[in-house]
Write a protein that binds this ligand. Structure first.
Ligand code: FES
Ligand code: FES
Length: 152
């Protein structure tokens, strides 16, 4: 059994020693916003925050999250109180198929937590998530917009 604070609520989970955090999130906790893409920490579709840092949960052992704060895309914002990134995502019509987008937004949210006013180059360096639909330029524009909104 491990105890983690998942989206603000302390919970216990019975996990296998080799279970990735992504499995705990999707299969044990039933939170399906976080996606499985490559399974080898390359694409970023599974990005969540552990103690405020972006991690690729497909390769992050669930047991390593013991006693940590894990936040998924479900806590980024809500319909009534959207995160600045969500507002910017809608304004720039970023998603195409949408599959990579929750991971993109969680990576972007971690970037803005660490650097509230990133340059275009900072975004290029930090955003290594893969989008097979090629939404990269709109992702970048939306992050710049959200940063402006947050710092205004
Ligand atoms: S599914 Fe985790 S990085 Fe691709
Ligand atoms: S929007 Fe389709 S994979 Fe990124």
């Amino acid at each position: 059994m491990i105890s983690i604070t998942l989206n603000g609520r302390e919970q216990s989970f019975d996990v296998e020693a080799d279970m990735p955090l992504l499995w705990l999130i999707r299969e044990e906790a039933g939170l399906r916003g976080t996606k499985f893409g490559c399974g080898i920490a390359q694409c970023g579709a599974c990005t969540v925050h552990v103690d405020g840092q972006a991690v690729r949960s497909c390769m992050y052992p669930a047991v390593a999250a013991q006693d940590k704060q894990v936040n998924t895309v479900e806590t980024l914002g809500s319909k009534d109180a959207p995160h600045a990134l969500q507002t910017a995502w809608i304004k720039h019509q970023v998603p195409q198929c949408g599959y990579c987008q929750s991971g993109m937004m969680m990576a972007a949210a971690a970037l803005l937590q660490n650097n509230a006013n990133p340059s275009g180059e900072d975004i290029d360096v930090a955003m290594t998530n893969i989008c097979r639909c090629g939404t990269y330029s709109r992702v970048k524009a939306a992050i710049l917009d959200a940063a402006k909104e947050i710092s205004s």
